[in-house]
Design a protein around this ligand. Sequence first.
Ligand code: SF4
Ligand code: SF4
Length: 269
Amino acid sequence: MAERIRAEIERFVRESPLNRFPDSDTPYFDAPLVGFAAAGDPLFQRYKQIIGPFHRTPEELLNGAATVIVWSLPITQSTRESNRAESVRPSLDWARTRSFGDEFIKVLRRHLVAWLEQQGYRAIAPQLDPNWQALDDPHVGPVSTWSERHAAYAAGLGTFSLNDALITTKGIAHRLGSVVTDMVVGSTPEDRPGVRDNCLFYRDGSCMACVKRCPVDALSANGHDKKRCQSYLYTTLTQELAEQYGTPIPGCGLCQTKVPCEGGIPKGK
Ligand code: SF4
Ligand code: SF4
C-alpha cells in the first residue's frame, strides 16, 4: 500500500491545476517526498514532553490510528533562485508559493483523506481538523496541537535545523502536509537519522548562513526566536506586501534560500 499511496500523492502533485502559478503552467512544487510513521511510535507520546502536553497523538486524532502519512513538497528551483536575490522581503514567486501553494496543500490533504476513504479506511488531516489549535506558549511562542515538522521527522523525512525548519534530502525549502489513517502501511523507518544530523551547525559548529540571512535578527547560535520571526512575517511583511503582491500571507523564507541546505543535505563533516 505504501507504493500506491506514494504514487497517488505524486500523481496529484504532478497533475493538479492548483499546483500552478496563476499566470503560467509552472508548478509551485516539485515531486514530493513521502514518508510513513507507525501511529504507535513512542516518539508521538514523547512529543507531549518535547512540544507540550497539548500536542496530540495520532490515536487522539483518530481512534484506531495505524499510520501517519507525511509528504514534503520541494519549492521549485526557479522560485528558490528568485528568493536568493532578496535580502529584506520575499520574492513575488516565493510569496505566491507560500499563499497559493498552501491552499493547494489543503486540497491535497482533503484529496488524500477522500482517496483513503474510497479504499475503505478512515482518515483525518490533523491540520484541517476543527479541534486543531494554534497556541501561544509564553516561553517559545507560537505552537500548535499537531506539528507537521515533528510528524515528518517521525516518518524519517528529515531532521531539524538551526532555523527551526526541517532539512530533507531535497533541502529546507519545502512545505509539509500529513494525514492520519487506520490503514496499516508499514512501520517507522529504522534508519531515522539523529534529530539534527542534517544541519551543519549542529553537525560541526559551522555555517550559520541562515543567521546572516535573517533581516530581523530572529536567528542566532541559540536558535530561532519564533515571536520575532512571526511578528515580521504576519505583521510587517503582510502589511507591506499582501496588497502589493496579491498574496494574503507572503511569508519570508530568506533563511531557507541562498544557504547550503537550500536544495539538499549540505556536505560537511
Ligand atoms: S543554513 Fe547552515 S546552519 Fe542554517 S539551517 Fe542550513 S545548514 Fe543549518
Ligand atoms: S523566516 Fe525570515 S524572519 Fe523568520 S527566521 Fe527566517 S529569515 Fe528570519
